[in-house]
Design a protein around this ligand. Structure first.
Ligand SMILES: Cc1ncc(COP(=O)(O)O)c(C=O)c1O
Length: 414
């Protein structure tokens, strides 16, 4: 059967930017359908990082010599690119972290420890990645606050009717949710959640790790207070992420990590903290990685984030249809027009690891597991799912190979 996806983005041409596709896996062209876990990197990003190390490498904010000034300029330039990418009102509100996980822990620790207590409530969702679930569960336990979970309906979409019920149990202080679910691709109504959170006097924390690579982000339009992202999921390197936070909240917060660079004055008697964003950037930052993130943002902007999203949604629609035609396949999550480029499924009687292994023998890389979403797996009554996820370099032929691989798996496992 011929795949009918016709997307406006020339993914085949973009693939030439990604050296990783020059190899074969088990003698077959690499079909990388696991971009939700980490994306591949274009030459433009690899070159920017190499160029930084070859021409500008020095520590930032420390030296008065030319090289250090050059490094600082590149690093702060990257911060500005992140700020523009998420439409932050002020570049000082962007903090570089190691990844989204550290960004979310920063908020949970630095805000949660001092603002939560008995009688308060933290509300998360059943769709959360452990990165935006476990830190809040832990912080609630530490502070004596309550912990509530907003459930999903049959389509894997949040049931907002549970919000008011949660609010009856205490003072809601935090609502934490992802904008795009990594397990099901569900796009969550953050604007509504943020409005509700603010009506309760709570802050809205958004895990944007899965949204930033694929979906236009405007933190002001979302109405959130914090937004976390990871570079490695958006064509950038591992080792760097970013947290955007509302300035007045960040300014009122205690620091997260302590040490060099984040201080104003250190005396034997006491220490005072530096200004934003430095207060939250203790130690040497991931400088070359931030430069790589800046180059990744340039790359995504050049391709066009709306075009990327439309391309992925078209691929997801075709994948849902084609997989749905295979006997014994269960699909999870909302309809194609309400999800990102992520397709989770199971094949009756066959463990996801077996499906993924057979696909690997065909050169097709997909994810099999709980996707760091165990509460959601419990809700779906499965231990794991298979997950295919698409990006700007994904092509329709890869869906053919995915479908053929699933059919082959069914034959092998009878
Ligand atoms: C929705 C979501 N949140 C958080 C994370 C954690 O990202 P990282 O490991 O880069 O911190 C992931 C990674 O899969 C994710 O998909």
């Amino acid at each position: 059967m011929v795949v009918t996806a016709r997307t406006s983005l020339d993914a085949q041409k973009l693939r030439a930017d990604f050296p990783i596709f020059e190899q074969e896996i088990h003698g077959k062209p690499l079909a990388y359908l696991d971009s939700a876990v980490t994306s591949q990197k274009p030459r433009q990003v690899l070159d920017a990082m190499r160029d930084f190390y070859e021409t500008s490498n020095a520590n930032v904010h420390r030296g008065v010599y030319t090289l250090s000034e050059r490094a600082t300029e590149a690093f702060e330039g990257a911060r500005q690119k992140v700020a523009d990418f998420v439409n932050a009102p002020d570049v000082r509100e962007v903090i570089f972290t190691r990844q989204a996980t550290e960004a979310l822990n920063l908020v949970a620790y630095a805000w949660g420890l001092n603002n939560l207590g008995p009688g308060d409530l933290v509300v998360v969702t059943e769709l959360e990645h452990h990165s935006n679930f476990v830190p809040w569960q832990y912080m609630a336990e530490k502070t004596g606050a309550g912990f509530r979970m907003l459930h999903v309906n049959e389509d894997g979409e949040l049931d907002l009717s549970g919000l008011d019920e949660a609010a009856r149990d205490g003072n809601v202080k935090v609502v934490a949710a992802n904008l795009v679910s990594n397990a099901l691709g569900t796009i969550n109504p953050i604007e509504k959640l943020a409005a509700w959170a603010h009506a309760q006097g709570a802050i809205m924390v958004v895990d944007g790790a899965q949204a930033a690579p694929h979906h236009p982000v405007d933190v002001q339009a979302l109405g959130c207070d914090f937004f976390a992202l990871s570079a490695h999921k958006m064509c950038g390197p591992t080792g760097v992420g970013a947290l955007w936070g509302r300035r007045e909240i960040l300014e009122a917060m205690e620091p997260f990590n302590l040490g060099g660079h984040m201080i104003s004055k250190v005396r034997y008697e006491s220490t005072t903290w530096g200004e934003l964003p430095h207060k939250f950037e203790a130690g040497t930052s991931p400088i070359a990685e931030a430069v790589g993130l800046g180059a990744a943002i340039d790359y995504l902007n050049e391709v066009g984030i709306e075009a990327i999203e439309a391309h992925e949604q078209e691929l997801a629609a075709v994948a849902l249809e084609r997989l749905g035609e295979i006997e014994g396949v269960t699909l999870y999550g909302p309809p194609a027009d309400r999800r990102a480029g992520i397709v989770s499924f199971n094949v009756e009687g066959i463990h996801p690891h077996d499906v993924a292994q057979v696909l690997d023998s065909e050169g097709v890389a997909i994810r099999a597991g709980h996707h760091c979403c165990q509460p959601l797996m419990t809700r779906l009554a499965v231990a794991a799912t298979n997950r295919a996820s698409f990006y700007l370099y994904s092509v329709p032929e890869e869906i053919d190979r995915l479908v053929e691989g699933v059919q082959k798996t069914r034959k092998i496992f009878g």
